[in-house]
Structures are given as structure tokens and as C-alpha cells.
Design a protein. Structure first.
Length: 66
């Protein structure tokens, strides 16, 4: 999937729903006593990366002179 398509998905209602679900799952997992802290950290890194897709696209466009 190219970054523009991913950006459009993340801006859509379905993208927002996905981010909400991922965040809720990460929080749910973090309160379980048998959860590995590295798993939670990885989930958080992924969620944050998806939230940054718009900024990543902006930087790519700037580098390409658009």
C-alpha cells in the first residue's frame, strides 16, 4: 500500500475506528498481569506510527518538491 492510500485510509471513519480499536486493545493488554512490557511498547509504537502517517506524507512531498 502506498503512503497516500494509507493516509487517506487513516483520515477516514474506518481508519479512525481502527486506531480506536488498536488503542483500546493496547490498553486492555497493558492491564493484564501476564502482559509483556515489550509487547505493549511495540503496540504503542505501531499506533503512534499510524497516527504520524499524515506528517510522513507531508515530509515526503516536501522532499519531492511538491
Amino acid at each position: 500500500m502506498d503512503m497516500i492510500e494509507l493516509r487517506e485510509l487513516m483520515r477516514s471513519e474506518k481508519g479512525k475506528l481502527l486506531l480506536g480499536y488498536l488503542t483500546a486493545y493496547m490498553v486492555e493488554m497493558s492491564v493484564k498481569s501476564n502482559s509483556n512490557a515489550e509487547w505493549i511498547k511495540g503496540m504503542g509504537m505501531l499506533v503512534n506510527h499510524l497516527k504520524e502517517v499524515d506528517e510522513i506524507c507531508r515530509k515526503i512531498n516536501e522532499q519531492n518538491g511538491r
